[in-house]
Ligand binder design. Structure first.
Ligand code: ATP
Ligand code: MG
Length: 339
């Protein structure tokens, strides 16, 4: 069969990040590495979600603004290729808030109040009754992000699954009420690698928990972070047998190391006793440094010319704008809003 270039029937992916800080190793295993892979086989849109970042950072717009560049640099550094992936800035697409407004009629207040992820976040962030309408309704805005591109695949963390359910409810309601299958249902794809723990061994690696190794960390910072990493608290003397499970040093070796034989030998030795934490940490430093070195180099290269980076984002945004505009046009048409 003959296809014109660019006309292949590729499934559409919508994904992205909130620009609230640079990206870390957790983001790499959780999403970045699969984006680099999927851009070869899918039509991928990656959104820098500045509007969503403002829902809980509305009082610090400069932070969001500064991190748009940081996130873009991380994307380019890990190998997200703007000639294969459309990278765009959410706030440059007015179609998204317009779709959000129409979708809000299709969602009950009760449903929003009971979204388990939003409920948890309200508790974690201590919002209580003063939670804003913007924050409460961000799942609807996410539905607009996804449907604007007619994405059928949305790679998400386990915690984001309720957002996909909410999106699909809106899609079904919309298509039923306006009697035309304009919007497309999507499916959540959850990464096989579960959460990467933080260097404190406490929970997942997260920028706000101060337990992250960032992709942009230089050699010295990396060395310091690896040195202070949590290991097995009962492994007090070198001769003591140590735990490998739940020990983040070994979790990172599994995730980023390539010499399986050596890693297995280290694990065996650690469990038997007689292997000091510092030896394992030195090896982990080498492994992570080797992994981060080319990423850092590419990042530095792009960082020299922020104008060029914004040019890339501008081009991506133009492509995204066109796609979202087409969807909005169809939406308005079935909603009798075309004048
Ligand atoms: P914040 O501290 O602001 O919550 P964060 O560092 O936890 O930031 P998020 O912006 O919450 O990062 O994460 C966005 C997405 O990145 C998640 O939905 C998930 O897919 C992925 N992700 C983040 N942290 C990890 C991690 N430690 N392991 C695997 N995936 C992660
Ligand atoms: Mg988080």
């Amino acid at each position: 069969m003959l296809f014109k270039r660019g006309c292949m029937n590729k499934e559409i992916i919508l994904t992205g990040d909130r620009p609230t800080g640079p990206l870390h190793l957790g983001h790499f295993v959780g999403s970045l590495q699969s984006r680099v892979r999927l851009q070869e086989s899918h039509k991928q849109f990656v959104m820098i979600a500045d509007v969503q970042a403002l829902t809980d950072n509305y009082d610090n717009p400069q932070k969001v603004r500064d991190n748009v560049l940081e996130v873009a640099l991380d994307y380019l550094a890990v190998g997200i290729d703007p000639s294969k992936t459309t990278i765009f800035i959410q706030s440059c697409l007015p179609q998204i808030p317009e779709l959000t407004l129409y979708y809000l009629n299709l969602v009950t207040m009760n449903r929003l109040k009971h979204n388990p992820t939003v409920k948890l976040e309200i508790r974690q962030k201590g919002f209580g009754d003063s939670v804003t309408a913007g924050f409460m309704t961000y799942p609807v805005s996410q539905a607009a992000d996804i449907t604007a591109f007619k994405a059928s695949i949305v790679p998400v963390g386990e915690d984001q699954k309720p957002m996909i359910e909410q999106t699909n409810e809106i899609v079904r309601n919309f298509n039923r009420i306006y009697k035309k299958p304009v919007l497309v249902e999507c499916k959540a794809v959850v990464p096989t690698f579960s959460r990467l723990p933080g260097i404190d061994g406490g929970g997942k690696m997260s920028k706000s928990l101060n337990n992250a190794i960032f992709l942009k960390d230089d050699e010295n910072v990396l060395k310091k972070k690896v040195k202070k990493m949590y290991t097995d608290p009962n492994h007090l003397r070198v001769e003591d047998p140590g735990q490998v499970e739940g020990n983040p040093v070994f979790t990172y070796l599994d995730a980023f190391g390539s010499d399986r034989g050596k890693i297995q030998d280290l694990k065996d030795h650690y469990q038997r006793g007689g292997l000091g934490d510092s030896i394992v940490k030195n090896y982990l430093f080498e492994v992570l440094n080797e992994f981060l070195e080319p990423i850092r180099k590419r990042r530095e290269q792009f960082a020299k010319d922020p104008k060029e980076v914004f040019q890339i984002l501008k081009k991506g945004t133009e492509i995204a704008y066109e796609k979202a505009e087409k969807t909005l046009d169809e939406v308005k048409s079935v909603m009798c809003l075309k004048y």
